[in-house]
Each structure stands twice: as structure tokens, then as C-alpha cells.
Design a protein around this ligand. Sequence first.
Ligand code: FAD
Length: 460
Amino acid sequence: MSDFDVDLFVVGGGSGGVRAARIAAQHGARVMLAEEYRLGGTCVIRGCVPKKLLVYASRFRGEFEDAAGFGWTVPHASFDWATLIANKDREIARLEAAYHATLDKAGVTIVKSRAVLADAHTVQLANGDRVRAAYVLISTGGAPSYGDAIPGLEHAISSNEAFHLPELPRRVVIQGGGYIAVEFAGIFAGLGSHVTLVYRGENILRGFDDDVRHHLRVDMEKHGIQVITGCKISAIEHAGGHFSVQLSSGKLLTADRVMFAVGRQPNVAKLGLKEAGVEIAKNGGIAVDEYSRTNVQHIYAVGDVTNRINLTPVAIREGHAFADTVFGGKPTVVDHSSVPTAVFSDPEIGTVGLTEAQARARLAQTDVYKAMFKPLKATLSGRDTTVLLKLVVDGLTNRVVGCHVVGDGAAEMVQLAAIAVKMRATKADFDATMALHPTIAEELVTMRHKSASYARAAAE
Ligand SMILES: Cc1cc2nc3c(=O)[nH]c(=O)nc-3n(C[C@H](O)[C@H](O)[C@H](O)COP(=O)(O)OP(=O)(O)OC[C@H]3O[C@@H](n4cnc5c(N)ncnc54)[C@H](O)[C@@H]3O)c2cc1C
């Protein structure tokens, strides 16, 4: 490896790249990492972390409202967007510095620059410097996409800008039905904006369990979010301090901000992939094998740029596995099955494993267990809300193959339920577990009766 300037060059300092760089350096590799924006990547700078902070902020409204039923008088609560954003930015800067320190300590050389491949072993930096690397890891993540061009699209913001708005918009129109769209709908609504969600499909959260999708939509609407499906924004016009938003249905909306959250695309453009001979997969990401290796022997790619499962813990695992495989003498394949995931909407969703529809398509027999009820807290608060817990079970083996929860604490519940699902626990194992009372989660171990399928229930 001594013919090279470094053993490993990592392009992109997000979740996957930072983990890979640190572990490779700890295995003894000479590592250089280039980051063109801010160390920490999407998750830390403009994704999971700032989003969750905004979600926390948005939930206080409900808490203040609910307090009255428990005897509290909360004097008029007011909210200051500028304080929230400044505090959030301070925390993000602290995390960014922590990432820097961790890489420094591991001996990784950090370059604050865009990096592109000049050829299969040469990385070119923005100042023209060239670095010869034995191995290259591409971990450039993804970026918001805006879909088809429409008149006035330049007025729309993405999640990137939503974290830095100078003020809280009074009226927001969000186009999209994925997790980022519904999360921001909940954030803005909780903070006091009037929110309209516009989605071209039949229902929000495509790919999630149908009961979950239905439950969330009903609850979002109860909380005052207007959900318009089956149409899309066809034009945006700036009209005297606000925006006129034309929908394909002919309806006209007025907004102070228009946000597009219609998907993300892997950052593969202008990276020098062609020069290096790296192939793109059908999904638009870099094509890799189970070791995250591209078609070029010494070039690997991890995280969102491969467009496999675009979540932070997945990118981290892939980065770690790459470093162990190439520099740790321990070939490691990441298991992409039963990955738990959450949607920090209002109410929150936690999910792991197969949806009911997926199970019915794949298994000879599927059993479904469902509980939907008003949570204890809502009895005194008077809040009009219900929680949903659902287990999808392989009818032949009794194995729990899916667990879906909508309600307070759903994400925390499902992180733990995911261990059982991953361990191939059966419904009998769930039933043998003593309930922890009084909780919402106890329903996961006390559901005794099979439910009608979603399709049948919906038809009735
Ligand atoms: C709004 C939002 C909310 C999210 N919430 C969650 C969540 O709750 N839970 C969850 O698990 N995931 C969440 N995600 C997804 C998560 O952020 C990503 O899956 C994760 O960050 C992917 O890590 P990565 O290392 O692949 O890429 P990234 O973290 O995107 O890092 C890529 C880095 O590469 C840099 N870069 C790109 N090109 C170059 C170049 N040529 N040279 C140098 N640097 C370059 C970029 O600036 C970036 O810093 C969210 C994403 C968004 C947008």
C-alpha cells in the first residue's frame, strides 16, 4: 500500500463515512476523509437530530393542553421560533465538533473540501490537490429531490431549508406523503402553523402497513392538519408576501411557505464515477455487493448513496462492516432484514418487519392481532386520540414477522420489540411474557384474538 498517499480515502463525512474512517484508522489504516459541507452529514446537521429536536418542541403544545384535565392551569403559553432554532443550532455545532474530535483522536486526516474521483485510485480536491488512495469509500449520501419541474418551483423549500427559516410560517403547504413530509407536518402544526399536506397517491406513507397509514391520517386530521390526497401542486406563484399554490385538482391554496418532501436522490452526480469506472444500479444509487463493494475491486460505497435502506443506523453498520472487512481482516455482511424504523409524526409510528400486505403476499398463512384503544392519559386529558398496536404472525410457524405501533412512545417500544422479532420470537413467546401494567406496550403481550385482515375490515 506504500505506493499510495493513503490506505483509504473516504468521500463524505456523514454517518457512514465517519464510522468507516474511524474504524479503519483504529485497524491501523492511514485514512483521509473529505467533507464538503459539515462533518456529521445529513443525520446530524439537517436530518434525524435537528428534526427530533423540533419534534420535541412541537409536542409541548399538546402537553400544555392535556395538563388541564390533570388539574394544572397553564398560563398562556407562547412560543419563540428564533430561540428554538438558535438552541438547536448550538447543539448541532457541539455534535459537529464532537465528530471532529473523535476522528482526530483516531488519527484520521480531515479535509474540508469537495472530493471527486479523477481515476480509480486518484481523488481530486477542490484546490486541485490530488491524493492517491489504495482504497476509496464513497459515502456521499443523498439530497432532496423536487420531482417534475412546475412553474414557480424555485419558491419551494426542502427539509434542508426548513431547519433554518427566519420565522415560523403561519400557513404551510407541504407536498409529499413520505416520512419526512408527515414529520414536518406534525412539527409545523404543533408549533402553531396551519398545515396542508398534499400527496399525489391514494394515502400517505406508501410502503407502511395499511392500518398504520389509515390510523395516522385520521389522527393527523383530528389534530387539524388538512390532508389532500390524489393530487399535486401544479404551480406556485409569489403574490405580495405569500404564495398562491395551485393544485392539479383546480383548488387554490394560500401559504407563507411551500415545502417539497417528495423523496431523496443519491449523491452520484459529478463525482467522477465514470472516470473511475464505477457502475450505477437500477435504483439510482451506486451498485454494490453484500460487502458494499462496487464493480471496481478497491472502491466501496455505503449509506444513502447506495439507496438500499436509507437510515442512519444502516449507514453506520455498513461503514463499520466495510472497515472490518477491508482493514480488520473480518469480512462482515450487514443484515438488512427486519430493520426497525420510526416516523416521528403526531402521533408517532414505530415499525419492524413485514406489513400485513407483505406477509399475505409471501406467507402461506398470515394471522393478524390488533388492539386499538384510547390510552389512559387521554381519559383525563380528554384528547381525541387512539393508539394502534398490531402484530403480524406467520400462521404456520407462529413467528411474529411484523410489529407496528402508532401512539405515544411507539418508536421506543418498537426498538425493543425488534429484538424479539430479530430473534424469531413466536406469538407464544410474546404471550408468555408478563404484561407490564399500566402501559400501552402491554397490549403487545395480551392480544389473544385474531383480527380480520385490513382488506376485509376496510370493505366492511
Ligand atoms: C429530514 C431528514 C430526517 C431524517 N430522519 C431520520 C431518522 O429519524 N432516523 C434515521 O435513521 N434516518 C433519518 N434520516 C436519514 C439519515 O439522515 C440518512 O440515512 C443518513 O444520514 C445517511 O448517512 P450517509 O453517511 O449515507 O450520508 P450523509 O449523512 O448524507 O453524509 C454524506 C456526506 O457527504 C458529503 N458529501 C457529498 N458529496 C461530497 C463530495 N463530493 N465531497 C465531499 N463531501 C461530500 C455531504 O456533505 C454529507 O455530509 C433523515 C434524513 C432527513 C433528510
